[in-house]
Ligand binder design. Structure first.
Ligand code: SF4
Length: 347
């Protein structure tokens, strides 16, 4: 990876990349992917996993979120530990290897709830990787329990947490004030990731764009991630995806398919120190995912046996092993199933 870093793109140059045409970006992104991944660049992988949302009652009430509810709303819910265990059991039955458990910021889902939940999953389903809780939830638990982020992370790790999905939106506070004023700030997001690294765990990082941010904001976000990765190496993958507007309160113009695939390519070019960039079929659909695989992406994410957060906006793409294989082959790559650590387990 050192060879890639020597010729790394600077912030100013990265911003100008948005003016390049798709073909020039695809070529450069593909070159970066090959330098970063070597022969692994011939593959695009996916994982068999399941999202489980513990609760949709959330105090953050982000403007871009169609998922959250007030406690008194008729369709609000909090799952019990038994209900969650049943869902994890169903995942194991279909050969799944990873569960992503996340939920709203809700004081009923406190540290005790999550440590009991994770330790019971570990006991009953030891082969399942618990890749769960967003940085916003870790930050919330730290404030709720009046304990440091590091203590919270260690307790969760002891209970069975193995890695963290890094939902980040855009890490620019001016922008965050408009879309998620009650959610954690940029410095708090970075603090969670530094502590995940300190505790010996790994994470991913996302970027949700098309929420009225500028190109400069996106570049700022990418450089925060790149600098943090230089310091820690905490990220296994980066997942750029577009905001789904229906059913939300955010009044912005939706982004285009061209903007999506260009942003995927620029992410690949800038983040020369992160192994994988994901193609996001959940929000973008399969045609754009296939194009993303030609623009430097090397992973299709998960099959997602259950997904509620994006579905709440009215976006309802569903996937299967067969669909993933077809999309990857169409993009001229070799399909494979991977584990949570991005190791190929079945070609
Ligand atoms: S995005 Fe997450 S933190 Fe924000 S309102 Fe929705 S569930 Fe809550």
């Amino acid at each position: 990876m050192e060879a890639v870093k020597k010729n790394r793109v600077a912030k100013k140059e990265a911003l100008i990349l948005f003016q390049n045409d798709i073909y020039a970006l695809a070529k450069r992104a593909d070159e970066t992917k090959k330098k970063v991944l070597g022969s692994r660049a011939d593959y695009a992988c996916f994982i068999i996993d399941r999202n489980i949302n513990t609760t949709n009652i959330c105090s953050a009430k982000c403007n871009f979120c169609a998922f959250y509810r007030e406690e008194n709303d008729p369709d609000s819910f909090i799952l019990t530990i038994d209900e969650i265990l049943e869902k994890v059991g169903q995942l194991q039955e279909i050969g799944g290897t990873r569960v992503m458990i996340q939920g709203g910021l809700n004081d009923k889902c406190n540290l005790k709830f999550y440590t009991r939940l994770f330790s019971t999953i570990k006991e009953r389903y030891p082969a399942i990787c618990i890749h769960s809780l967003s940085p916003a939830e870790i930050n919330y638990l730290s404030k709720l329990e009046r304990r440091s982020v590091f203590e919270i992370v260690l307790e969760l790790k002891k209970a069975g947490l193995m890695s963290l999905p890094g939902a980040a939106e855009i890490l620019v506070d001016e922008h965050r004030k408009k879309v998620s004023p009650h959610k954690l700030k940029t410095a708090e997001w970075v603090e969670v990731m530094e502590n995940i690294h300190k505790a010996g765990m790994r994470s991913t990082a996302t970027m949700t764009f098309g929420m009225g941010e500028s190109f400069a904001d996106r570049i700022e976000h990418l450089f925060i991630i790149r600098n943090l990765q230089d310091k820690t190496g905490v990220f296994r993958a980066f997942i750029p995806w577009t905001f789904s507007k229906p059913q939300t309160r955010l009044n912005v113009e939706e982004t285009t398919g061209e903007d999506y695939i260009k942003t995927v390519a620029i992410s690949r070019i800038v983040l020369d120190n992160i192994d994988h960039i994901h193609a996001g079929w959940v929000t973008e659909g399969f045609e754009l995912s296939e194009m993303a695989l030609r623009m430097g992406a090397s992973d299709m994410g998960g099959i997602l046996m259950e997904e509620l957060v994006v579905k709440a906006t009215g976006t309802t793409h569903t996937s299967s092993k067969e669909t993933m294989v077809k999309v990857i082959k169409n993009a001229g790559l070799k399909p494979a199933i991977r584990d949570s650590g991005y190791n190929i387990i079945e070609e």
